[in-house]
Design a protein around this ligand. Sequence first.
Ligand SMILES: Nc1nc2c(c(=O)[nH]1)N[C@H]1C(S)=C(S)[C@@H](COP(=O)(O)OP(=O)(O)OC[C@H]3O[C@@H](n4cnc5c(N)ncnc54)[C@H](O)[C@@H]3O)O[C@H]1N2
Ligand code: MOO
Length: 414
Amino acid sequence: MKLNYLDFEEAFEKTFNTIDSLKKIKKIEIISIFESLNRVLSKDIKANKNLPSFNNSAMDGYAFKYNKDIFEFNIIDTIFAGDKKDFKELKDNECYKIMTGAKVPECADSIIAFEKTVAFDENKIRIPKDYKKYTNIRLKGEEIKKDETILKKGQKINSSHLALLASQGITMIEVYSNIEIAIISTGNELKEPWEKASEDEIYNVNALAILSFLKENGFTSKYLGVIPDDLEKQIEYVKDLKSFDLIITSGGISMGEADFLAKAFLENGLEIIYHGVNIKPGRAMLFGKFENSLLLSLPGNPLAAIINAYIFLRPILNKMQNSDEIYQDYIKVKNKEEFFVKEGRVEAVLGKVQNGEFFATKNNKYGSGMISLLKDSNALFISSGNIHNIKKEEEIKVIEFNCNFSSKKSNFIN
Ligand SMILES: Nc1nc2c(c(=O)[nH]1)N[C@H]1C(S)=C(S)[C@@H](COP(=O)(O)OP(=O)(O)OC[C@H]3O[C@@H](n4cnc5c(N)ncnc54)[C@H](O)[C@@H]3O)O[C@H]1N2
Ligand code: MOO
């Protein structure tokens, strides 16, 4: 089989159009916020209450009614956070001692921190003459108003969102059900890491690498094992996979005589969207529609498989999960040492970003069969195919392994 290598951008576009064309019922479920990290909201969430829900003190200090001519106040009582009793009206020269977070009585409009007073004793304080009115009061509803939308449908939940939900006493939320993902490896040469491998055999790197890659990105998956390099057996095996939303395989898709994975899927009705992308590494990649599920076949070489996962798989997952944050954001950094890429194809170069500088891993002199380089890298530089050398000190765009995602497609290609 001879592969036609599809233009990189076109592959991206076809991928997204294919996801859009799937006839999918968006399944939802209601879950506890304790189980909701990385899940995607299936509806907007409104505020249950104002934030803050009462005027409260931003400092440990004294609450008083501002008067431009009064600078000394007698302390008449102390208000602690959580105090609910009614505090009596303050006279002009009276104040309350008040703790951070405590409810500020209606009669007070300003707070001074203990350390900002000019003098104080048990009973009295003096404030500076230039002290400003309304200082240090966190006003009811100043941050969020009751019924305001606080989180939008499509939001992937992180700890900051959970802080907000907790502040509202919201404990159950509606999310999209997790997409179901199957992971399959191919290759008779593979032994699982817990098996004994002879010097002629290799360990299965991709299954665990992809499984944990998915976990890092908030997705769960089922590892279904290694399919034997035998067409008849593969045809049988593949039949049962249509119930998954996404099937991720690795290996068996280039031109080797035992590479008949694509054929096994084709025999079962696979519609190939593309097979081969003009990118190094990872050009053997196959993407297809398998009834209402998708097949992403990553190359066997672990480094190529993982790089493709960073570039292609992450946006696919985000989109399939109905997240709003789909596309990788790039950052701009300074290139530390000159390195070279080939013209005429997109090239993904591993590197390490440190304090705003990019170091190409091994100066971009490595093969896609290597494995250890991934652990020494934390970012990818992606060339357009129109450049050859990337000079020292040049400003470049890179995608970090743990990049942010946004709803707008960014142009991360250099
Ligand atoms: N004549 C050609 N040969 C190859 C081409 C080509 O264009 N023409 N492309 C090369 C490139 S680039 C890649 S990448 C590989 C992709 O091949 P496959 O996706 O079919 O993968 P395999 O042939 O099955 O395996 C390649 C390599 O990776 C190892 N492997 C496979 N699975 C695993 C795994 N789960 N864990 C660890 N290592 C794995 C396998 O042993 C091979 O060494 O094709 C080139 N050939
Ligand atoms: O897919 Mo291969 O790893 O391009 O190098």
